[in-house]
Design a protein around this ligand. Structure first.
Ligand code: FAD
Length: 441
């Protein structure tokens, strides 16, 4: 991960691209084999890993320029390798923020677009794709292509959530969100079981632009799915301090934790105290860094899972399927005792227009699970519940889904995605370990 230079806002010129691009397009006709763009490597799985050792990786972070910004409209042109951390540092003092952010700032704009990321405001703002005006894409032709909702539309929509399989995003035009204050007003509420939780998420969505729930995945019986709902909104100019919030990582995990450290007992104790400890009731002012990016405060937090590592299961269950599939998944996790303390519940708004974009109207569950011998079997069981409900999994997180299960989830959308790639000559040209696993390429 690179340091984030403090850009001189007013000296941004044209695209003085560095690194990979300085040498010309790496996708020209003389190159052979598949290509894969890589951002900051924050996807949880094989999405940013090559399908074969001989494939070429395109390091997007070499080109992290802010190209232009129109303060009146909030429209930003930036290279795909710029990180959301840089955007926060540059734009918070100027009264703007990215309209959609995932739970870490250490992702590139290109990676966020390729995953069509969602945030705590999905019920209001949709995915980041909704706010992308246009993209400049290198698909290995003589000149890069501009894609938008009116130009090369099918390629544009396939690239939102296309996981790098539709070309290398060079730059994007993004509508930033104007904010009155760089501070957040936040407020928590406890939910005693899953039904109450889902009800709270939906009723609060009307009043709060940001909502997300933490679930105690080890609770059972009447307390199944209990947790804490976190709500927030940007502060008004009169509410927040006059200073600009700064990011600092408060601690670091210096060593990899032993595998036993994440046993059932330690997670149960953590969950119990976290559930009780949460400050509920009154509103308070918070930094956007702690509100949006709690894990970023602990460097190398993933070491707490020990040397075996972890995988995340994230699915979305459509609203029409009711609460039963969520209950079924939570019961399964509570009975195996596999879940860690990172379990998140969030209601989604309508589906975005990315061809393979993940969210749909319904509820998403994201659960970290330490890797174990039976993980593939467990993920398969969870997938059966998801498929039966008409739901799907998130490609930026999934590690275990098989091609058969993926096609059962995606059906017609997958066919459309593949036919767009076929039309533009992208199959075989762009691939990843993920596309080999799920698309058999
Ligand atoms: C702590 C944490 C919290 C997270 N929370 C959320 C969340 O709340 N919501 C959410 O939606 N996601 C979330 N994520 C997932 C994360 O937002 C995505 O995985 C994101 O894509 C990572 O960006 P990256 O720059 O690290 O990309 P990488 O991981 O390097 O790559 C991800 C994908 O993007 C493609 N890609 C990267 N750059 C380009 C480019 N220039 N052109 C074309 N394709 C490209 C890659 O080929 C790959 O398929 C979280 C991840 C972490 C670690």
């Amino acid at each position: 991960m690179s340091d984030y230079p403090n850009h001189d806002f007013f000296s941004w010129g044209g695209n003085t691209a560095r690194g990979v691009l300085r040498k010309g397009s790496p996708l020209g006709k003389h190159t052979k084999g598949a290509r894969l763009s890589v951002g900051l490597g924050r996807s949880y799985n094989d999405a940013a890993l090559p399908a074969r050792a001989s494939d070429v990786l395109l390091n997007t972070t070499e080109d992290d320029n802010l190209q232009s910004f129109d303060e009146a409209s909030g429209v930003l042109n930036a290279s795909a390798g710029i990180s959301l951390a840089t955007l926060a540092k540059v734009f918070l003092p100027r009264g703007f923020f990215v309209p959609v952010t995932p739970g870490t700032q250490f992702v590139t704009l290109g990676g966020a677009i390729a995953s069509d990321v969602h945030g705590k405001n999905h019920h209001r703002a949709g995915t980041i794709g909704r706010h992308i005006r246009s993209l400049v894409l290198d698909i290995g032709r003589d000149a890069p292509l501009t894609c938008s909702r009116t130009q090369n539309t099918d390629l544009f929509l396939a690239t939102l959530g296309g996981m790098g399989l539709t070309g290398h995003i060079l730059s994007a035009q993004l509508a930033m969100e104007p904010i009155e204050s760089p501070w957040i007003v936040e407020n928590n509420a406890r939910a005693d079981n899953v039904e109450e939780f889902l009800e709270l998420l939906q009723s609060n969505a009307e009043h709060w632009p940001f909502t997300v729930g933490w679930i105690d995945c080890l609770s059972k019986g009447r307390a199944l799915g209990r947790g804490v709902l976190m709500r927030g909104r940007w502060a008004k100019a009169t509410e927040g301090p006059k200073t600009v919030p700064q990011f600092s990582a408060k601690m670091s995990l210096p060593v990899t934790a032993p595998n036993w450290a994440l046993g059932k007992l330690s997670v149960r104790m953590f969950n119990e105290s976290y559930f009780r400890m949460q400050h509920t009731g009154s509103e308070r002012i918070a930094s956007p860094y702690s509100f949006f990016y709690p894990l970023d405060a602990v460097r190398s937090w993933n070491r707490m899972y020990g040397s075996r590592g972890f995988s995340q299961y994230q699915c979305v269950i459509p609203r029409a399927a009711g609460t039963q599939p969520i209950v079924e998944i939570l019961e399964k996790l509570a009975s195996t005792g596999d879940a860690s303390f990172l379990c998140v519940l969030k209601d989604f708004g309508p589906c975005g227009d990315g061809t393979l974009s993940f969210p749909m109207k319904g509820t998403t569950l994201a659960i970290d699970l330490p890797n174990k011998a039976h993980s593939a079997e467990l993920f398969g069981q969870l997938n059966r519940v998801t498929i039966k409900s008409g739901g799907r999994i998130y490609l930026a997180k999934d590690s275990y889904t098989t091609a058969k299960d993926f096609s059962a989830m995606e059906g017609a959308r997958l066919e459309q995605f593949q036919s767009i790639r076929e039309k533009w000559g992208l199959r075989g040209r762009f691939s990843s370990a993920l596309s080999r696993r799920l698309l058999g390429e």
